[in-house]
Design a protein around this ligand. Structure first.
Ligand SMILES: *[C@@H]1O[C@H](CO)[C@@H](O)[C@H](O)[C@H]1NC(C)=O
Ligand SMILES: *[C@@H]1O[C@H](CO)[C@@H](O)[C@H](O)[C@H]1NC(C)=O
Length: 367
């Protein structure tokens, strides 16, 4: 009891001594999880011998009744030229290369489900095989994204030679560490061919070991003609800076809402929400609409609503407005399928505000 009184007293005194509203200047700003990884920008080499562990999977139909030649097939670095002859490949279609994250493999559900969705949308689908290099300690895998990106770009260079793939029909998408990897693929592709890959989509690109890097060593809007970023856990596994052209800060970008609104989705849960949201956006390409913010700080504070004229952008495989770049607050529901459509454009549709107002809407509480 005495202890409790002491604690209360100390708290009261602390309160007295501040005597003013808290502010960001007083509180400080989050540093972000593992911002700096000393040495992770130093060279890393994949030897000629190990290049056979790097590959691209052409996604096919893996159902048991499908003839063998139409099933998925992995091409290692040295077999890249043969991809063009794959019977699942059709150069008239659009092509997506999807890059998974840390510890990922093209056989795991993240890449498989995403790939199958794109296939249903009529794309040729390539998945990255780099498991050998993405299952080391995280800061080491983070260092390996540079040579992985370079060699994948070399493989793509062969695939996009004149007469083969039309570069304008080519896209890259990646989640987490794959969201940074797409940058190194795009940078190297540009260096080798002089051309930029038109569309890049990054799903909560990794912040750890990248968030404080210069543009040469992280995802950047100079990497593609249109770089779209989904931000769902900016101080944890994601990164806070608006490094793309069009940047969607989902529910402010810090944490995602879970079932009970006063318990947020954890770091991992918030990070992975970027994937689910993109998956839903592929099926409902006009349903995630964000409102423009003046700053990331404003997005963090859920304070981007009510501006006139209303400026919006759509998180979509097809309808992102490249002529309206910037920072967008994307309000979502706490349950699948998450999208709110136009309801998400108003403050009272915003998840936390809505619930906070509701729970204390009684003028006087009696119990
Ligand atoms: C790309 O094509 C060139 C020329 O045809 C060839 O020398 C090179 O080995 C190929 N690279 C890959 C990764 O297939
Ligand atoms: C795209 O954004 C520009 C700039 O805000 C705007 O003028 C234009 O109407 C938008 N296009 C669509 C299709 O909404």
């Amino acid at each position: 009891m005495v202890f409790l009184v002491k604690v209360l007293f100390t708290l009261l005194m602390a309160h007295e001594s501040f005597g003013m509203m808290s502010s960001k200047a007083m509180e400080g700003y989050p540093e972000g999880f593992l911002g700096n990884c000393p040495g992770s920008n130093k060279p890393a080499i994949i030897t000629k011998k190990s290049l056979k562990y790097l590959g691209l999977v052409v996604l096919g139909d893996d159902s048991p009744q499908s003839p063998r030649k139409y099933r998925s097939r992995t091409y290692n670095y040295y077999q890249a030229k043969e991809i063009a002859k794959n019977p699942n490949w059709d150069f008239r279609r659009k092509t997506i290369l999807f890059l998974g994250g840390y510890l990922d493999s093209p056989n795991f559900f993240v890449s498989q489900i995403m790939g199958k969705t794109y296939r249903k949308m009529g794309y040729n689908v390539l998945l990255m095989e780099a498991n050998r290099f993405l299952t080391l300690h995280y800061p080491i895998s983070a260092r390996y994204v540079r040579p992985i990106g370079m060699h994948i770009a070399e493989m793509l260079t062969n695939l996009t030679q004149p007469g083969l793939m039309d570069l304008n029909k080519f896209e890259l998408a990646g989640i987490s560490l794959g969201g940074q990897l797409i940058s190194f693929v795009a940078k190297n592709y540009h260096r080798i061919t002089g051309n930029k890959i038109p569309r890049l989509t990054a799903l909560d690109p990794s912040g750890p070991c990248f968030r404080n890097n210069d543009p040469e060593n992280r995802l950047d809007d100079s990497d593609g003609d249109l770089v779209v970023v989904i931000e769902t856990n900016i101080d944890g596994f994601g990164m806070a800076a608006p490094v793309g052209h069009v940047n969607f800060y989902v529910n402010g970008g810090e944490y995602q809402p879970a079932d009970l609104y006063w318990i947020p989705c954890s770091v991992m849960c918030s990070h992975v929400r970027s994937y689910t949201i993109w998956y839903v956006a592929l099926h409902h390409p006009k349903s995630f609409i964000g409102v423009k913010c003046d700053s990331v700080q404003e997005a963090r504070k859920h304070a981007c609503f009510g501006k006139t004229p209303l400026s919006t952008n759509i998180l979509s495989p097809y309808y992102v407005n490249a002529s309206n770049p910037g920072i967008f607050y994307l309000a979502t529901d706490n349950n699948y399928p998450y999208y709110l459509g136009e309801k998400g454009l108003n403050k009272d549709g915003e998840f936390w505000t809505k619930n906070l107002i509701y729970f204390n809407s009684e003028e006087v509480l009696k119990l």
